[in-house]
Write a protein of this length. Sequence first.
Length: 238
Amino acid sequence: MLKNLFVYGFTLAFLQLLIACGPAPEEGQAVPEDVETISTETGGDQTAEAKEAEILIVAFGDSLYAGYGLEQTEGFAPDLQAALTKAGKDVRVHNAGVSGDTTAAGLRRMDFVLDSLSRKPDLVILGLGGNDLLRGLKPADTRANMEAMVQKLQDRDIPVMLTGMLAPPNLGAAYSDEFNVIYPALAKKYDVALYPFFMDGVVGHPELFQADGLHPTAAGIDIIVGKIAPQVAELLED
């Protein structure tokens, strides 16, 4: 999948240019992901079930996980839950996606989210970093925050699956080279599962994006889930 880096990077550069066409955000002003926040408690979870599912997965990320701009049943978490249920898994996917979160924000709230759950998750799917890219934050800081979150989860004996992001080339070759190795390097160092690029199958297809050019439509989420779900199901078998 990483062999398609150039294609992904070129398209992400185009998306970055879409943002540049608008007014530059002031310090502390919301960028597109900040417009709407999804609660980490209710998020995209489907209607509460009388009986707790056998498997609890936490989807911990930003607006791409939270289901920004979509109906409550159309986001990543409920769509993944539906796909895994169809595959015969008794599973609940808890939506812990918060629009606008950087890796630093995710790190700050991780303990609270985990402590608020009814029980220890069987898997945490961790996908942050897109907002770090939009803000041009230092890759070294992104890596440190991601590593701290992986360590927190492993300290709690919770299996982890990383979903990666790729830097647009207009941020510079040095930046891209430093950012793009973050997720594979952490997956190797901590022996955790990796889905290299969350937006695989969607980037390069404008019809699969909402009007902002950044967030997938419901059809785009279906494609993403269709690619990720088999790997998640395989992890649940281990």
